[in-house]
Design a protein around this ligand. Structure first.
Ligand code: HEC
Ligand code: HEC
Ligand code: HEC
Length: 422
């Protein structure tokens, strides 16, 4: 039966208008919600950069955050999981609370204890608000279906009760507590360094259980990589107590300054993470790092120039020849380098510090400082491993560690070979 009365007609339009009006107002309120959500997600994107989540959770040539990157450690090989919003293979079914459990407590959604190859041992310092923002950002990314290969961890390290013990011994859970006696800037720097920046994940020594010895950034060899992350406190390594804030800012945001250059894993951190931070945040980090750096005792008598034993001098003659032939064109006759192009080797703490590992690796494998907005086309160094013998590498490294007033221990061919790490 058709009802085409006048009133019926009118009411139909009324309904349409009301529905349309309702939809419109729903859309605007969704719009406002989306706006605030967008802000949160945008903040989360920035924070995820500060934590370099993408660096670990993306494999070479793979989809961002879809995981699959392999991390070698003495305990076995970890594969980073997919943290896109895919329901089946990612964290699509997670809520904020689940995410907080992972980042803050190191527990997966199903209650499994996570391995500290995921640096939740540092991320635990991150505030709930920042964690929620990172989660909002991850949720805003396209879902990528990519299943997670399992880790291949050696027994007994694959044992959850062992991990439970490890946590009770070594994991200190807790959000960063500001130090009221210090400036806001210092506290911000400390928060970023100890939390999202997870600088301690590398810049600390580890015991046989892979637990960091302290959170004081006193340097250590990075597990599974054959790189030494120098002390950020000691003036003999990479402590920056004597540097100006501007010099520290320049190194962290461009990867190079007139004293130093970042290489290897640190170049990656600058490229993927630090260069994207705001000037203000980098300054805060610089203020905090500067405060950590011990000042060399200026009352001490000036360093005596070591009288070189003749045998050592003879040994270094070969090193000098190698240097003149292969290195001098870039690093200069007196190891002075070329500002912002080739790092100086004279007076360079990366060269003289007690661990020769990074210097040997630079010579074996060459490398590039990071490409950054502040230094878009960095000059590189060629690898020498196929060009000169281990004994020549040992002599040239010994030479640069002792020439031009530098003072460092001598390096042997075995040291060179060991630095290959395989
Ligand atoms: C140094 C590499 C590394 C970095 C940096 C890193 N992760 Fe991970 N992440 C891992 C590894 C490895 C695992 C797997 C741990 C496990 O399975 O026990 C993991 C696990 C996770 C999990 C748990 C997933 C699940 O299915 O249980 C989440 C969530 C996560 N990471 C988020 C993040 C976020 C957010 C950041 C940045 C703030 C981040 N990760 C940075 C290596 C990393
Ligand atoms: C993935 C490991 C890793 C992480 C994370 C890391 N570093 Fe490094 N860092 C290294 C290594 C390795 C070196 C030595 C190579 C070099 O000199 O660039 C280094 C060197 C440095 C240097 C000295 C550079 C020079 O040549 O004088 C500074 C300063 C530094 N890191 C600061 C930081 C800060 C601040 C953070 C946290 C925001 C951080 N690092 C996080 C591995 C890391
Ligand atoms: C073509 C120019 C070039 C030549 C030749 C060259 N280097 Fe380099 N060298 C560089 C550049 C550029 C870097 C910075 C690389 C990086 O950040 O990874 C560097 C870095 C280094 C470093 C690390 C310094 C630091 O602060 O971390 C050492 C040590 C070094 N070179 C020694 C040598 C020695 C020894 C030779 C000869 C066997 C040599 N270089 C030949 C350009 C060169």
């Amino acid at each position: 039966m058709k009802r085409t009365s006048k009133t019926g007609f009118a009411s139909k339009w009324q309904v349409i208008i009301i529905v349309a009006g309702g939809l419109l107002s729903m859309m605007t309120s969704v719009q406002t919600l989306a706006d605030s959500g967008d802000d949160q997600a945008r903040r989360g994107e920035y924070l995820a950069r500060a934590g370099n989540c993408m660096g670990c959770h993306t494999t070479r040539g793979g989809q961002p955050y879809a995981g699959g990157r392999k991390l070698d450690t003495p305990f076995g090989q970890f594969v980073t999981p997919n943290i896109t919003s895919d329901n089946e293979t990612g964290i699509g079914r997670w809520n904020e609370e689940d995410f907080w459990q992972a980042l803050h407590h190191g527990k997966s959604r199903d209650g499994r204890y996570l391995y500290p190859a995921f640096p939740y041992t540092e991320y635990t310092k991150v505030t709930r608000q920042d964690a929620d923002a990172i989660f909002a950002y991850l949720r805003s990314l396209p879902a990528v279906a990519q299943s997670n290969p399992s880790h291949t961890i050696r027994s007994p390290y694959d044992n959850q009760s062992l991990l439970y013990l490890w946590r009770t011994w070594y994991f200190k859970e807790g959000v960063y507590q500001p130090d009221k006696s210090k400036s806001d800037e210092w506290n911000r720097g400390n928060y970023l360094v100890q939390g999202l920046g997870h600088c301690n994940a590398c810049h600390t020594s580890r015991n046989v259980w892979g637990a960091s010895q302290d959170d004081k950034l006193t340097g250590g060899e990075i597990m599974g990589t054959y790189w030494y992350a120098p002390s950020l406190v000691s003036p003999a390594e990479a402590g920056v107590g004597e540097w100006s804030i501007d010099d520290i800012v320049e190194l962290l945001s461009t990867g190079i300054n007139s004293h130093a250059v970042t290489s290897g894993p640190m170049a990656t951190i600058v490229r993927q993470s630090l260069q994207h931070l705001s000037e203000q945040d980098i300054r805060s980090i610089a203020v905090y790092l500067q405060s950590l750096g011990e000042k060399p005792n200026s009352d001490k008598a000036p360093k005596k120039v070591r009288k070189m034993p003749e045998r050592v001098r003879q040994y270094l003659v070969l090193g000098e020849e190698v240097y003149e032939k292969h290195c001098q064109d870039c690093h200069g006759k007196s190891g002075q380098g070329v500002p912002k192009m080739y790092p100086p080797l004279a007076g360079n703490r990366s060269v003289t510090m007690s661990s020769p590992l990074n210097t040997i690796r630079s010579v074996l494998y060459g490398g590039y400082p990071p490409a950054t907005t502040g230094n878009p086309r960095p000059y590189g160094m060629p690898p020498f491993q196929h060009l000169i013998q281990d004994s020549e590498i040992a002599s040239v490294v010994s030479y640069i560690r002792n020439a031009w007033g530098n003072l460092g221990s001598l390096v042997s061919s075995e040291d060179v070979d060991k630095s290959r790490g395989n």
